[in-house]
Design a protein around this ligand. Structure first.
Ligand code: NAD
Length: 511
């Protein structure tokens, strides 16, 4: 049984280094390459979290074949029954929340409070999508002909391919897998190479909840080796990527060639506007959380602060004072507020933007250095970093850094702030701090982004609302809420003529 294989000693051999195999057709199988890769703790690289399969196209082919076989049965399971599996998985995740959070902190570094939040997001997504199993509503509409019934029903698409990033390793997998299976699809997922374990943990909960074999298949490995073959496979009819805009261009291009459904959730460079009338205490609290939560490694991270001139100086002084006091360290320590970068490459990117900012003439007023003394020497740590006097056209104000580096830009008024906020290639999240309701509603209308927060930072999405962005942040789809149900189903319009004669639409009219 699938449940047995998922809890087999090969995968739960705590105490020794665990070797994780691919999960295909309910079985744990080695990659066709015979190769593996290590998953190490970015806060302490001496800690080997696990060894994972370095898979290739042949493994994707097996996984897609298994998903295709499973689809023939799974699509016929009534949606409320499919949803019950997801509901049970939510309850299993609640029981395992702490263990899975600890494993997630070890594999990607963010602090325990945040990894608990990540598992909680999967739980929330499970309850939401379980509810959808009893809805999956479609319109029933009047026909233009007498004695004719018209409706539209949602149908599953088939095999869906998912490619995920490392920053929300369980939450983002859940946003994709859960609506997909409730809608009757089957899946092949490639987790990010930095964080495969959290996806395996989610799938383990689903399998223990009774998910039949082959409905979800997990193939670990690297982007070009596994992600590309998933996107290219003729039997994969929908592909969903969350990742960088650069990879989004590749996947979008591949999917377009065979007319696959394609959902792309990509980068961000999210602005937080602070007006003169804002509650500064709240704005500073929110800014710190938005910029340095998850070490700035959220697609929705507050990476630009656009501050009106009347409060600019005070805001900068107080924010910097607080940023300097943030405790950086291993996320397994409950007192730590900011963990490491996810890997050495990301840390180098973050540090390179410190140099870019300095060379562009921005003022470095906080941080900017790697932390590598004492226990820090084993991980990929850097200081929370703040640049001020940033010109909106500078690279540090335009490009996604994905680290704890924030650019503070002065502005004259709301109009100026909105022009700066919108003057980038991305459009994911945005925030405004003000007490003026007129200004708040103008900003809600004029900020060209998928998400706007009023008096809250740019992070903090809830699973039942649409999630995604404009411009280079995506291709118009939304995850979360009903948007995901729309993505993972296809409409079929149904006409039932009970007039007993041929009725010709648009032609048989009285006039
Ligand atoms: P990434 O683009 O490097 O990788 C994302 C996934 O794509 C990984 O699984 C990776 O292995 C795979 N991949 C890489 N190259 C590929 C290729 N050539 N073909 C197929 N697959 C390939 O991104 P990342 O570093 O994992 O995550 C950070 C990025 O994700 C940031 O840009 C961030 O803004 C974005 N992100 C967006 C959202 C959102 O919902 N908009 C959420 C989280 C993260």
């Amino acid at each position: 049984m699938a449940t047995d294989t998922l809890t087999s000693p090969a995968t739960l051999n705590y105490g020794k280094t665990k070797v994780f195999k691919n999960f295909i057709d309910g079985e744990w199988v080695e990659a066709s390459t015979g190769e593996t890769f290590e998953n190490r703790n970015p806060a302490d690289t001496r800690d080997l979290v696990g060894i994972f399969q370095k898979s290739a196209k042949a493994d994707v082919d097996s996984a897609v074949a298994a998903a295709k076989r499973a689809f023939t049965k799974w699509r016929l399971v009534p949606a409320p029954r499919r949803a019950e599996v997801v509901f049970r998985a939510a309850e299993i995740l609640i029981e395992r929340k702490d263990d899975y959070a600890r494993e997630m902190t070890r594999e990607m570094g963010k602090v325990l409070a945040e990894t608990r939040g990540d598992v909680q997001e999967a739980i929330d997504a499970a309850y939401y999508n379980a509810g959808e199993g009893r809805r999956l509503f479609g319109p029933t509409v009047p026909s233009e002909m007498p004695n004719k019934f018209a409706m539209a029903v949602r149908q599953p698409i088939g095999v869906c391919g998912m490619i995920t990033p490392w920053n929300f390793p369980m939450a983002i997998s859940s946003w994709k897998l859960l609506p997909a299976i409730v809608c009757g699809n089957t899946c092949v997922i490639k987790p990010a190479q930095d964080t495969p374990l959290s996806t395996f943990n989610l799938v383990r909960a689903l399998t223990d909840a009774g998910l039949p074999k082959g409905v979800i298949n997990v193939v670990s490995g690297f982007g070009a080796d596994v992600g590309t073959p998933i996107a290219e496979h003729a039997d994969v009819r929908a592909v969903s990527l969350t990742g960088s805009s650069a990879v989004g261009r590749i996947i979008g291009g591949i999917a377009a060639k065979s007319f696959k459904h394609c959902s792309l959730e990509l980068g961000g460079k999210n602005p937080m506007i602070v007006l003169d009338d804002a509650n500064l205490d709240l704005a500073i609290e929110g800014g710190l959380w938005g910029a340095f939560g998850t070490t700035g490694q959220r697609c929705t991270a507050t990476s630009r602060m656009i501050v009106q001139k009347g409060v600019y100086r005070e805001f900068v002084e107080r924010l910097v004072e607080r940023a300097k006091k943030l405790k950086v360290g291993n996320g397994l320590d409950e007192t730590v507020q900011m963990g490491p970068a996810v890997n050495e490459k990301q840390l180098q990117t973050d540090l390179s933007y410190v140099d870019i900012g300095k060379n562009e003439g921005a003022k470095l007023v906080c941080g900017g250095n790697r932390l590598d003394q004492g226990d820090y020497q084993y991980g990929w740590f850097m200081e929370p970093t703040v640049f001020t006097d940033v010109d909106p056209k500078m690279r540090i104000a335009q490009e996604e850094i994905f680290g704890p580096v924030v650019a503070i830009i002065p502005c004259d008024d709301l109009e100026d702030a909105i022009e700066i906020a919108n003057g980038i290639e991305y459009g994911l999240s945005s925030a405004l701090y003000t007490k003026d309701v007129n200004k708040a509603f103008s900003a809600i209308r004029d900020l060209y982004a998928g998400i706007t927060y009023i008096n809250a930072p740019t992070i903090g999405a809830e699973v039942h609302l649409p999630f995604g962005g404009t411009k280079a942040t995506g291709n118009g789809h939304r995850e979360g809420g009903i948007g995901a149900i729309d993505f993972y189903t296809e409409w079929k319009s149904v006409y039932v003529d009970y007039s007993d004669k041929l009725q010709k639409a648009q032609i048989d009219r009285e006039d």
